[in-house]
Design a protein around this ligand. Structure first.
Ligand code: NAP
Length: 404
């Protein structure tokens, strides 16, 4: 380790105004330097070594903030957790700043994430952070429809937001933030919750300035304990005509290729289907002979709980190859998306072999390992080497993961 000699450090900070609390940075940090409370994500100056592994995966860029401070006056975790905005840059003289206390200047770990940190080569250029917590856009609810069976304990909604004459440019694969109305227990505004856009770039209704979201009402946490999701309940209860504060758009890598000859291999669970719906609909609207292939693996507990089941089954079989995995159908064996990918390994491998194929994985964090193993299996059992293919897919912006 090269111990820095300067008294000035370039302290790594997260901008609370832009941060959408998606946890990506905390998950990405290889040394556990990032932590959070119910309000802010913060970087521990005593641990962060300035490796930059967290910078590219951040969907908003809130992670890429630095302040030159005297080493003895570095902002503590407690101070950062109280912030509503970043402090102004201090004048600390001309000393060259070391990135962080005790910094090790080794290069960023190349393998910090499994997916691409670059967009597909032919993707359109996205707009990001056009609207912020300080200056959100206001949208009007144009519709709120339940897309899972009525009368069950689960409840997923398709919500259409209209921006009127306010420009809100999005690309398929991007997300937006919704700020629930009201305040938290300390009287501060709720922080925004991130949702993937479920409609294509030209709108849920083409040429109308609108977009849609797929939102599941959260009533329990990952361990099944009862919990009321502030934002998801707010969104699911919105009525037509209500106004909503929206920030974003976010995301500059999980984007679809614009080249129509490319193939899309999409894997999702539950509401992780939102970006797949956007990409599929984009392709459907522009469809012409000779376009690339679409293959979808989509997992849900039951058919009744699978968002958009009806519309999905209406799509032509020669347009998209749909594989539905149900994990809790009474009397049926539990199936996950990765099980179906293994069953269809020959077809998955044919797509993997083709340099025009782009992969998208979105949904539960837990599915990532199983899906990566299934891709490895499909490749290695059909004359390809996943060890060689995986880094190539990543480097070429052809493997995109978004899991929570
Ligand atoms: P869910 O209903 O809890 O689960 C969907 C399916 O995935 C179920 O069949 C579930 O099976 C299965 N599953 C569980 N563990 C799995 C594993 N290790 N491998 C493969 N499949 C597995 O899903 P959800 O509540 O809709 O949540 C979807 C996730 O997508 C959430 O974490 C959400 O944050 C995320 N997401 C949402 C959006 C959006 O715009 N709304 C965008 C991106 C990501 P069992 O439970 O029966 O085992």
């Amino acid at each position: 380790m090269n111990a820095p000699t300067t008294d000035i450090l370039k302290q790594h900070l997260i901008d609370p105004v832009i941060c959408i609390r998606c946890n990506t940075c905390e998950e990405t940090c290889p040394i556990g330097a990032i932590t959070h409370d119910s309000r802010n994500y913060v970087v521990d100056p005593a641990i962060c070594n300035g490796c930059n592994a967290c910078i590219a995966p951040c969907p908003t860029g809130s992670i890429d903030n630095w302040r030159r401070v005297r080493r003895t006056e570095a902002y503590s975790l407690d101070a950062q957790l109280e912030w509503d905005e970043l402090p102004e840059e201090q004048d600390v003289g001309d000393d060259q700043a070391a990135p962080v206390a005790g910094a090790d200047f080794s290069p960023p770990p190349v393998d910090a994430t499994r997916g691409s940190v670059v967009a597909p080569g032919s993707a359109s250029r996205p707009a990001v952070n056009v609207y912020t917590l300080r200056q959100p856009a206001t949208a009007t609810v144009a519709g709120n429809f339940r897309v899972t069976e009525v009368g069950r304990e689960y409840d997923t909604h398709h919500v259409v937001l209209d921006f009127g004459s306010v420009p809100f440019p999005v690309l398929e694969g991007q997300s937006i933030g919704i700020i629930p109305s009201g305040a938290d227990a300390r009287g501060r505004p709720h922080h925004a919750r991130q949702y993937s856009v479920a409609s294509p770039r030209d709108g849920e209704r083409p040429r109308y300035n609108n977009l849609s979201l797929t939102v599941k009402r959260v009533t329990s946490d990952h361990d099944g304990q009862p919990v009321r999701g502030e934002a998801s309940n707010y969104v699911c209860d919105l009525a037509k005509g209500d106004t909503v504060k929206v920030i974003g758009p976010f995301g500059s890598t999980f984007l679809m290729p614009d080249d129509p000859a490319t193939h899309l291999l999409m894997v999702c669970t539950g509401t992780g289907s939102a970006p797949m719906r956007a990409m599929t609909e984009r392709r459907r609207r522009l469809r012409k002979p000779g376009d690339g292939r679409l293959m979808l693996f989509f997992g849900a507990r039951t058919q009744a709980e699978l968002p958009y089941f009806g519309p999905l089954t209406q799509l032509p079989k020669d347009f998209i190859d749909i594989n539905l995995a149900y994990s809790r159908t009474p009397g049926q064996p539990k199936k996950y998306v990765q099980d179906l990918m293994r069953e269809r390994a020959a077809d998955v491998a044919a797509l993997l072999r083709d340099p025009l194929t782009h992969l998208y994985v979105c949904g539960l964090k837990g599915m990532e390992d199983g899906v990566m193993d299934a891709l490895r299996y499909a490749a290695d059992s059909h004359g390809l080497s996943w060890k060689e293919l995986h880094p190539r897919l990543r480097a070429e912006g052809r493997l995109h993961l978004e899991t929570y």
